[in-house]
Ligand binder design. Structure first.
Ligand SMILES: O=[N+]([O-])c1ccc(OS(=O)(=O)O)cc1
Length: 537
């Protein structure tokens, strides 16, 4: 049996915007069917609640502090091993269809004499993937935009300086004028392209073409949808499938605004948060967001029908997840980037087709999962060895197969806000714009360099409306979680060239190798050799 991997990621899909995760109105029957075929991890967190760093953690299996790509556009340094580096030697053709947000480390390549245009240079620039098709989301005209989709649109006859923006991500007014999808007031209008020509079906078609191209050789395909990320605009019929009556109640309180943590206050001050504080904005944007998800769901249905027809679903590990969520106005915030569940918690469904995984089929699993667990899971599925000195997550396969394995007690996530307005409004040095979340399943502690911590008790306050970080009665809880964070931070993150096991195996062979440190005379060396060769060092 081939052991393929289909690694599906959405962009900015909240954990709770799925039928199977309890959304009262949004219908996602095909994604729900995936959860029924496999298992849904209900407490899964990203390693950084923004696209680039989060994805680099998915692709390297390492925390943000370990891989160093701390924000969108910060290159992943040459030398970090990625998915293709781990899975290629196990025989899997590891390909990308969609978004990575990868930015190449051109300076690093030049230092090593690697031509970015060469085969290896290309592979490094593309995060270790073979690029089958790359679309990184809409980029305004002056920015570089790695995109096959734009060529596709041009091929269909959509012209103009940026057809993606002017066709796929715009609507049309009554007089034929272009209404930009950047402007949220246009979110209730259909995009100017037909549904079949929009990003999500295009990406799915390209994924199916890859699978056909791969034939019988094993593969790992990263199918990486750029939706439901903004611009919040979707083609008919998805644009009016949902209305204001289908949006979830706001999760926010006046108390949150009364005396917020300085970071929370700074984020409330960003434009993208203030706009979502207006009810008319939520009422117009969230139905489009839901339409985008419904469209993804239909495409998942199409893809699964293909995998069933070809028999591939019996030999393919399937993952469905997202790179982070979207506040959509909750907690007086827009976008993502802080650690409330709407931002840092993600949907995570894993379908392991092997009979051993019948043990958990259809179940909701509650161990704390991290994004960095996926790559070790893939290595495990492909028959590789665990490499914990490089891959900092753990394989999820034992959990899926009902095995009682020791598991982590906390999920960790990090964020660097130095490229955001919050740095300026808080007058923070760049180096101190660091946040670390430690979540133990009940208490969510957030260390903020230079400020008091934030603390939420998700048992008493599942909506995270009450920040207890300034409450002296909870100082002990903060200290406990801070100690866990410090222990984690002190651990090895960068000794990736030699494993603990290799160090243990080195043993006491220095004398046998001719290194005689601390001996007085030959008689002492002879005695040590007669006793087995232990130098005593
Ligand atoms: O500020 N930006 O340019 C920016 C911010 C967020 C963003 O979304 S993300 O999901 O791709 O991180 C993209 C671009």
């Amino acid at each position: 049996m081939a052991r393929n991997i289909l690694f599906i990621m959405c962009d900015q899909l909240r954990f709770d915007y799925l039928g199977c995760a309890g959304h009262p109105h949004l219908k996602t029957p095909h994604i729900d069917a995936l959860a029924a075929r496999g298992a849904r991890f209900d407490r899964a967190y990203v390693q950084s609640p923004i696209c680039g760093p989060s994805r680099m953690s998915f692709y390297t299996g390492r925390y943000t502090r370990s891989h160093g790509s701390t924000w969108n556009g910060i290159p992943l340094r040459v030398g970090e091993m990625t998915m293709g580096d781990h899975l290629g030697p196990l025989g899997l053709r590891t390909a990308l269809c969609g978004k990575t947000h990868m930015v190449p480390d051109i300076a690093g390549m030049s230092r090593l004499g690697i031509d970015p245009g060469s085969g290896i240079g290309n592979r490094l620039a593309e995060c270790g993937f073979e690029v089958w098709d790359r679309l990184d989301g809409l980029h305004p005209a002056p920015l570089p935009r790695p995109s096959h989709y734009e060529d596709h649109l041009r091929g269909l006859g959509f012209g103009g300086p940026n057809p993606w923006e002017q066709w796929a991500n715009s609507a049309e007014g009554d007089d034929g004028e272009i209404l930009s999808g950047w402007l949220m007031e246009n979110a209730d209008k259909p995009a100017r392209v037909d549904e079949a020509e929009s990003e999500t079906p295009y990406t799915t078609t390209r994924a199916i073409e890859f699978i056909e191209d791969a034939g019988d050789a094993p593969w790992c395909l990263h199918l990486s949808y750029i939706k439901p990320h903004w611009p919040y605009i979707v083609p008919a019929p998805y644009h009016d499938m949902y209305g204001p009556e289908h949006i979830q109640p706001l999760v926010r309180s006046e108390a949150e605004r009364a005396d917020p943590h300085p970071l929370h206050a700074a984020y409330m001050g960003h434009r993208f948060s203030q706009v979502f504080a207006r009810e008319e904005v939520r009422e117009r944007v969230i139905p489009a967001y839901m339409g985008l998800i419904a469209q993804i769901d239909d495409q998942i249905g199409r893809l699964m029908a293909y995998l069933d027809e070809t028999g591939l679903s019996k030999e393919t590990l399937i993952v469905f997840t997202s790179d982070h969520g979207d506040y959509l106005g909750d907690h007086w915030l827009g976008e993502k980037e802080l650690f409330h569940d709407p931002s840092a918690r993600i949907p995570l469904i894993v379908v392991d087709p092997s009979p051993e995984a019948d043990a958990t089929r259809g179940q909701v699993l509650t161990p704390l999962a991290e994004a960095i667990d996926l790559l070790p899971t893939f290595v495990d599925w492909a028959g590789g060895e665990a490499r914990p000195h490089i891959l900092e997550g753990r394989s999820l396969l034992p959990l899926l197969r009902g095995q009682d394995v020791p598991w982590r007690n906390v999920a960790i996530s990090e964020y660097d806000y130095s490229l955001r307005g919050a740095r300026r409004s808080l007058n923070q040095p760049v180096a101190d714009c660091r946040l670390v979340m430690v979540f133990d399943g009940r208490w969510k502690f957030i260390h903020a360099e230079g400020f008091r911590p934030m603390l939420y008790d998700l048992e008493a306050d599942p909506q995270e409306l009450c920040d207890l970080g300034a409450d002296p009665a909870h100082a002990g809880e903060c200290a406990r979680l801070e100690a866990i964070m410090n222990r984690w931070a002190r651990g090895h993150h960068s000794r990736v060239t030699v494993s603990d096991a290799e160090i243990e195996a080195v043993g006491d062979g220095d004398l046998r190798a001719g290194i005689a440190i601390g001996f007085w005379d030959q008689a002492e060396i002879d005695a040590a050799m007669d006793a087995g060769g232990d130098s005593g060092n």
